[in-house]
Structure formats: C-alpha cells, structure tokens
Design a protein around this ligand. Structure first.
Ligand code: ADP
Ligand code: MG
Length: 262
C-alpha cells in the first residue's frame, strides 16, 4: 500500500483556486519532489498535508487514515514530520542539546509518562548527528555553525521524531549549488537507510533532476505532469511551462505566466 494517497485535493483562497483537485501517491523509501512556478500551489499542498491548512475538498490518506480535518499536532503524532528552522532562542544551545530536546519532545509523544535518561538521550542524539555527518560539531553552539551545517542539524532534529513521512519546503533555499547537492544527497541516503518517505518542494531544477526518485509538477493549482525526472524532462507540457523562455534550468521567477496552460 502507498504510504500517502492524495485524491481530489483542493483549496481556494477567495476566488483563487490555489490547489485545484490534485491526485498523487507516495511510497516509503521514495523521495518525491513537488515543483512548479511561483504561485503554482506547492506550499498550499504542503500545508494541507501537515495540517497547517485544511483542505476544502478531497482526501489525504496516510496508510488509509484520513488526515484532512486533523490538527497539525495530531498529524505529527501519526508520524508526519517536517524540518523547522532552528529558532533563534535555541541557537545558543549546542548542536547536540538541540537534538536532545527534540528527542525529549518525541518521547512525550510516544510514551507520555516515560522520559529517557539524559545519558541515553545524548547517545541517541549523537547517533542522529552521526547520520547527518555532524557528530564532530556536536558541542558547538548552533549560532556558530555554517548555514549548510544548520540545515543538517535541522534534518537530525526532524529525524528525532522518527517520521514515516518527512516534509521539506524548499530545503535548499539560500544555499550554493554544491551545498544543495550535498544536502539532497544526504536526504536521499536517509530515505533509503531509514525507509522513510520525503516530499519536498524545490525551485532548483538541477537539484530535483539529480536527486528525486519521482516528481510532480504543479501549474496554477493543477497537476500537469508526474513521473521520473528523465520523463518529466521530456514532457512537452512541462517544457512549455518551465523552459518556454529558453533558460533551461531557471524555474520559479523565470517561468512565463503566459506559457502556463491549465
Ligand atoms: P507556491 O508555493 O507554489 O509558490 P502557493 O501555494 O504559495 O504557491 O500559492 C498558490 C496560490 O494561492 C497563489 O495564487 C497565492 O497567491 C495564493 N495563496 C496562497 N496562500 C494564500 C493565502 N493565505 N491567502 C490568499 N491567497 C493565498
Ligand atoms: Mg511556496
């Protein structure tokens, strides 16, 4: 069975159909990219899955269980995680302390009266930091880290909640190409090793083509294509939306509104 099954999902804001009846599936162990020009409905889709927004219509099933109508916290408890930016207030904590805090909060989720010993939490936090290549920097303050390293710690924090589905909205925003590729290669490794599903939005087409197992393409709230990167690259409708300007790998801002057919 698919981990996630989305059917007929829709959300309007006033007269704007931000998401207009989309269907897609996601399996465990799969890295699925959600792409589309600005205003295509990526964030709206994303926020319906995590419960920040309630769908007007349609269904989002997680292993057969309906998520539409549930509060974000209830969805999180069912194993849908997301990466959060490390809050300013936590940036004075060390890297490992940040991960330990996430582990404590997850222990409350899973065993409401059980609290693991501090030493156990530290060992588990170190394992997670190892998994994202950050154990050598465990005792540094998060405020002292390079931006790309903060992104790795945010990933470790998200993993502390043992998600079955991890949601990442533009995880590589603000990063240089090399760092983007490193972060997505790491994400890919974690997806395979931990057999989790990842749904991410991305505006860098080269990152998506290099790392996603499959992609879905939105334009003006409609799903215009889905498939493996190699197939999407050849899809005429996608080419019209994204490559219409001739700037091969430009997405978002460069996508010509006039070229979008829905
Ligand atoms: P993307 O993330 O692909 O750039 P969004 O999902 O943010 O697209 O937006 C899709 C459409 O819905 C856009 O036309 C946007 O202006 C509109 N929209 C998104 N959020 C809101 C909101 N909270 N209120 C009104 N309109 C919104
Ligand atoms: Mg967005």
């Amino acid at each position: 069975m698919n981990l996630l099954a989305v059917r007929g999902l829709g959300k309007s804001f006033g007269g704007v159909k931000a998401v207009d009846g989309i269907d897609f599936d996601l399996k465990a162990g799969e890295l699925l990219a959600l792409i589309g020009p600005n205003g295509a409905g990526k964030s709206t889709t994303f926020n319906m899955v995590n419960g920040q927004l309630c769908a007007d219509r349609g269904s989002i099933l997680l292993e057969g269980r309906e998520l539409v109508g549930l509060q974000p916290r209830a969805i999180w408890r069912l194993g849908v995680g997301r990466t959060f930016q490390i809050a300013e207030t936590f940036s004075s904590l060390t890297v490992v302390e940040n991960v330990q805090m996430a582990l404590i909060s997850n222990a409350r989720r899973v065993f409401s009266f059980f609290r693991p010993a501090a030493s156990l939490e530290r060992a588990r936090a170190m394992d997670l930091l190892d998994a994202v290549g950050m154990s050598a920097q465990a005792d540094r303050a998060c405020s002292a880290l390079a931006y790309s390293d903060i992104k790795r710690v945010e990933l470790a924090i998200a993993l502390a909640n043992t998600p079955r589905l991890l949601l990442m909205d533009e995880p590589t925003a603000g990063m240089a190409p090399k760092e983007r590729n490193d972060l997505m290669a790491l994400t890919r490794k974690l997806v395979v090793e931990r057999h989790i599903a990842v749904l991410f939005t991305e505006h860098s087409m080269d990152v998506v083509f290099a790392h996603a197992d499959r992609m879905i393409v939105l334009a003006r709230g409609r799903l215009i294509a889905q498939g493996r990167p190699a197939d999407i690259r050849r899809n005429p409708q996608v080419q019209q939306v994204y490559f219409g300007t001739g700037s091969t790998f430009a997405l978002d801002a460069a996508a010509p509104a006039a070229g979008i057919t829905t």
